[in-house]
Design a protein around this ligand. Structure first.
Ligand code: ZN
Ligand code: ZN
Length: 152
């Protein structure tokens, strides 16, 4: 799979994907629907042509969030993974679900009408390192040949 450019998946590891080739336009979205769908104040998206995206383990569950689009997520652990507008030839993949999210730095922002008032100054807040979780069941940030998700 030497032509795989990016890989990623959900937290539990039941759903994994590959993006082939050096493709994709990264952005962030502040819109209220993305906020609610992810339970997060801002969402990073990598827009990938559908023919460059392969679901390589499992398949995401889906929710039709509007008459125009479907959102996909892991049906086991709930990780939001994708957004697809009806009739579009591209899928938005959640940047944070990528194994190497730092490779997709946003170049544009959408939904700025719902941008959190504190967003522009959040980096000024006092910070501390979270550190590694020593008892994590999260799938590692690389493909695995065998993996058993810790479903409850
Ligand atoms: Zn999962
Ligand atoms: Zn949005």
């Amino acid at each position: 799979m030497s032509d795989v450019h990016l890989s990623g998946g959900c937290q539990c590891g039941a759903v994994r994907f590959h993006i082939t080739g050096n493709v994709g336009t990264p952005s962030i979205c502040h819109c209220r629907m993305c906020q609610k769908a992810h339970g997060a104040p801002v969402i990073g998206w990598l827009t990938v042509p559908d023919d460059k995206l392969d679901w390589t383990r499992g398949a995401p569950a889906a929710f039709r969030s509007s008459a125009e689009a479907v959102r996909s997520f892991c049906g086991h652990c709930g990780t939001p993974l994708a957004f697809h507008r009806d009739g579009a030839a591209a899928t938005d993949i959640a940047i944070a679900a990528l194994d190497e999210p730092e490779r997709s730095a946003p170049v544009r922002q959408y939904g700025i009408e719902a941008r959190m008032s504190w967003f522009d100054t959040a980096h000024l807040l006092p910070g501390e390192v979270a550190g590694a979780c020593n008892s994590s069941f999260q799938h590692p940030d690389h493909d695995t040949a065998d993996w058993v998700p810790h479903h409850v």
